[in-house]
Design a protein around this ligand. Structure first.
Ligand code: NI
Length: 212
């Protein structure tokens, strides 16, 4: 993965998706999910029978740096946040890179199928990327991995893993300096104690598909 240029402003969150309007990221399963304003006409469709918290990773075909341009990563990040809202998954951490992404999402009884959300994200982002790059029909995404997190420690460690992922990949020294991830948002919406607690979780032994 190539190091993206960092001249873009680090505080420019996609305005229409405004993640700072989410509820506190550590709300309970039963807590009311506040989502960004909805830019779509209808709530989705069918219900999952099983809800939970998942970590999702996806990579581009052959790990190519297809989202190398700042605008391309911004597009992908924005689509992720919009579609998560549409499918009623609460995104608690995310990181978008030139050749892969990760997110942690919390479901609720209204959530639509997570894999359909991912397929929708891949379909729309590939179509838009290919339109901008004038690459008709190019395959963009290779695969994705979704893992349900059932233990508190595993969950909190992976939250931190995703918040800190830009540091792991050597793109920034401090996670909140990376524009296309949740660290800066998390530090703004969570309490200092929450931030301190989450950031203290060791991530070096967390097993996440991440050889990008
Ligand atoms: Ni990664």
């Amino acid at each position: 993965m190539k190091n993206p240029k960092m001249q873009a402003p680090i505080n420019s969150v996609p305005p229409s998706t405004a993640p700072q309007t989410f509820s506190a990221p550590l709300a309970s399963d039963e807590g009311t999910v506040q989502q960004p304003p909805k830019p779509w006409p209808h709530a989705p469709v069918h219900r999952l029978t099983v809800h939970g918290i998942y970590i999702v990773t996806a990579g581009t075909l052959h790990k190519q740096d297809l989202f190398e341009r700042d605008d391309d990563r911004t597009m992908l990040e924005k689509l992720l946040l919009i579609l998560a809202c549409k499918y009623q998954w609460q995104i608690e951490a995310w990181a978008v890179f030139s050749n892969h992404y990760h997110f942690v999402a919390r479901g609720n009884p209204s959530s639509a199928n997570l894999r359909e959300l991912i397929r929708h994200l891949h379909s729309d982002s590939a179509r838009e990327l290919n339109r901008v790059h004038k690459q008709v029909g190019r395959v963009v995404w290779y695969n994705f991995w979704d893992t349900r997190l059932t233990y508190q420690y595993a969950y909190l460690a992976r939250l931190n893993y995703v918040h800190q992922n830009a540091v792991k990949h050597g793109l920034v020294r401090v996670a909140n300096q990376y524009q296309w991830c949740s660290a800066r948002w998390f530090e703004r919406v969570a309490s200092p104690a929450q931030v301190q607690t989450i950031y203290a979780f060791k991530t070096d032994r967390v097993k996440v598909q991440d050889d990008f």
